[in-house]
Ligand binder design. Structure first.
Ligand SMILES: Nc1ncnc2c1ncn2[C@@H]1O[C@H](COP(=O)(O)OP(=O)(O)OP(=O)(O)O)[C@@H](O)[C@H]1O
Length: 707
């Protein structure tokens, strides 16, 4: 009498790009048997197992486990019946062995006492190290045994094991096989096992050889040995591998080594097992698609699983001291660098002075009171160049004396100084004449009555800052001089009265750059933190393993985001403290609103990081993506240059990005005191929210389609 089937696979097909890995695989595993899946490395065993457990989506074909079709119905019951050990360890390095078993046990809805009991039993069976030993301190073989213990913790009805005995010594390997035979006999557990130790598969009830995306055989080891007329499974496997090698190299079917007729007869026997060739063709014609699967189990939320996940993430976080230090110190360091390098006035800029009036920059015997002598309603100037040089006693200038304009300009050309201030020999007299004659001044008076500046403008920032400072100081010098001479002090200024609202003209540039810096920094922190944590979890295999254990993608994501939201809160507080305390910015708006905007930027960054984690395959790739994006965002979002300077399409693109409007909102609240109901402010906040929702939905959709 045929035994009930625990797993049935029908006409499964799967390709990666144009490379077909599974080419219509059909198999059935009877309840209470061990099914050994053998095949050369890279033939597709793991892919087949992934399709069975639902972490990979087949292109076509069907899988039934315990009479459940993987359409999502009763998926919780199914995951509780399934024990899975992936090829990679899929364990959490920051966990101890006890933590690991408690984490998976809780997900499997086990009570703590039951987990303890199973832990003690499995520790003896698998010779597990001390329960408190951290996995990062375990050897490869020890980790593998822990991974096996995880698969067994809830005493599942079905065990799917991808190379469980790799790196395990022969005595323990025998123990594992004895245990499998015991649970198969006593509990009617069903086991699918892949292994590279071919001879150990002799203990299986059924052995299947896989080649070129097909199963060549499914029979008891004894029958296979008889059909192939070989002494050992190893020999059969060797023959099949050689045949595959030959076919791959010559692109023609091999006829030596393995008798093709024996393979053909095996293929026929496989088909017989499943019904007529016509029936198979019919089911293949249906090309049923897996709409859902274990990993699609949904968007469910269960408190006990959320608790286990949050507990896991929290432990992972606080046990990673390096990570904590980085997350806490990075915003402080970044803001400190910013405060000390952007926006403040440059210092000690080398300015060449050619003073033909007194031939010195120090003006040793210079007497301030004798530079403007007011008598008989007239004013006489002397040594004004020295008077002006006193105004240049400013941290921005490092005055260097040159004796001729030619050598000074040479100095600029050789990079010794960045500019020259030329003061003509009879500057004081001609300047006096220039004021006295006014509109009647001759050209030579105008010419000799002015200072000349030659500036290296290759670095426009420094050039403009230095020139502007000099002009401002000259204006001050002139106003005070006129005042001493009882002249209208503003008469020779440009006739434009400047009035500055909200921020003073001489306020440091830092005030304009701070909003962009703060918003982009937390966005970057959020995106890198989330993408790194999620991708690491996926690469470690913990994501898939948790999902196979019944956790939904939504639960994993939300549990991560809840811990990361707290970290983000701390980082935003740090950034905020740095802005308030170190920047000396006069914040006129609501602090809470500013903090809210900063935090929203961080949350939007986290959503973006989640999105990045759905398509980046490695930590490096995600890092490049997140930090690489930071550079163009700094340029496009109007932080260092007004977006009004961009071509129209780029301006619109900039406004469409998550951070541009948010930065403007931050700036307007900070400097103008606008509130939440201001159109511009809620626009920025709204855009953050829209992007956050978009990234969230797009990520969940990508996770669904990317299996
Ligand atoms: N995500 C993927 N994208 C593209 N190709 C893949 C992917 N995963 C696996 N492959 C390729 O599919 C083939 C089958 O891989 P699979 O891991 O299923 O083999 P395997 O039989 O389990 O190998 P091994 O015994 O070495 O573990 C290999 O050639 C592998 O390079």
């Amino acid at each position: 009498m045929a035994l009930p089937q625990a797993i049935k696979v029908n006409n499964l097909k799967k390709a990666y790009g144009s490379k077909r890995i599974l080419d219509g695989i059909s198999m059935k595993v009877e309840q209470g048997t061990i099914f050994g899946l053998l095949g050369a490395s890279g033939c597709g065993k793991t892919t087949l197992i992934n399709c069975i457990v639902g972490t990979k989506k087949p292109d076509s074909g069907d899988v039934w486990i315990c009479n459940y079709t993987p359409d999502g119905t009763n998926i919780n019951d199914l995951t509780l019946k399934l024990g899975y050990m992936p090829q990679e360890l899929a364990l959490i390095d920051e966990f101890s062995i006890k933590d690991t078993l408690y984490y998976f046990g809780t997900i499997y809805k086990m009570k703590p006492e039951k987990i303890k009991e199973r832990h003690e039993y499995l520790a003896k069976l698998l010779d597990l190290p001390d329960a408190n030993k951290y996995l990062k301190h375990c050897s490869g073989g020890q980790k593998r045994r822990v991974s096996f213990a995880v698969a067994l913790i809830h005493n599942p009805e079905i065990l799917i094991l991808d190379e469980p005995t790799v790196g395990v010594d022969p005595i323990l390997r025998e123990k594992i096989w004895n245990h499998m035979k015991e649970i198969v006999n006593e509990n009617r557990t069903t086991v699918i096992i892949t292994t590279h130790y071919i001879e150990e598969a002799r203990a299986a009830d059924v052995v299947a050889f896989m080649r070129n995306g097909k199963l060549l055989s499914q029979d008891s080891p004894e029958n296979l040995l008889a059909i192939f007329q070989k002494e050992s499974l190893e020999e059969i496997f060797l023959s099949i591998c050689q045949e595959q090698q030959y076919e791959l190299q010559n692109e023609v079917p091999a006829t030596q080594n393995v008798s093709q007729s024996s393979i053909n007869s095996l293929n026929e026997s496989v088909i017989d097992n499943y019904g007529s060739t016509d029936e198979l063709r019919k089911s293949s014609d249906k090309e049923k698609k897996h709409d859902k699967g274990i990993s699609m189990s949904s968007l469910q939320l269960h408190p006990y699983r959320m608790k286990a996940l949050i507990n896991k993430n929290w432990k992972q976080f606080y046990r990673n001291i390096g990570g904590i230090l980085f997350l806490i110190t990075f915003p402080i360091c970044q803001m400190w660098f910013f405060v000390n390098s952007v926006g403040t006035e440059p210092k000690q800029l080398k300015l060449g002075i050619v003073n033909n009036e007194s031939m010195t920059t120090l003006c040793e015997n210079f007497d301030w009171n004798s530079t403007a002598i007011y008598e008989d309603n007239d004013c006489h100037f002397r040594n004004l160049t020295c008077r002006f040089l006193n105004y240049l006693e400013h941290p921005m200038f490092d005055k260097i004396l040159y004796h001729s304009i030619e050598t000074a300009i040479e100095g600029v050309k050789h990079g010794e100084i960045i500019g020259v201030l030329y003061m003509p020999a009879n500057f004081s007299e001609t300047f006096e004449e220039r004021i006295r004659l006014g509109k009647d001044s001759d050209d030579w008076i105008v010419n000799y009555g002015e200072l000349k500046v030659y500036m290296d403008m290759t670095n426009k920032f420094t050039g403009v800052i230095l020139a502007t400072k000099m002009f401002d100081l000259f204006t001050k010098f002139q106003e005070e001089l006129f005042q001493e001479c009882h002249l209208q002090k503003k008469i020779s200024n440009i006739p434009i009265q400047e009035n500055y609202l909200y921020v003073k003209k001489d306020a440091p540039l830092t005030i304009s750059v701070t909003p962009g810096m703060a918003v982009l920094l937390v966005f970057l922190l959020g995106s890198t933190m989330t993408s790194q944590i999620i991708i690491k979890e996926k690469l470690d295999g913990v994501w898939d393993r948790s999902i196979i254990a019944g956790v939904s993608s939504l639960e994993i994501t939300l549990s991560h985001l809840s811990i990361q939201s707290i970290i983000m809160l701390v980082e935003c507080i740090e950034v905020f403290i740095m802005i308030v305390w170190t920047l000396n910015v006069n914040i006129v708006g609501n602090y809470l609103l500013l903090f809210f905007i900063t935090y929203l930027a961080g949350v939007c960054g986290m959503a973006f990081g989640f999105f990045v984690s759905t398509f980046c395959q490695s930590l490096g790739e995600a890092n490049i993506f997140c930090t690489g994006l930071y550079v163009p965002m700094t340029v496009i979002c109007g932080i260092i240059w007004p977006i009004e300077a961009m071509p129209v399409f780029l301006r619109w693109f900039s406004l469409f990005l998550p951070c541009t409007l948010g930065i403007m909102s931050f700036r307007n609240v900070m400097t103008k005191g606008w509130n939440l109901w201001n159109f511009q402010v809620y626009n920025g906040i709204g855009l953050f929210m829209i992007w956050t929702i978009f990234f969230g939905i797009a990520s969940i959709w990508l996770i669904k389609i990317k299996r």
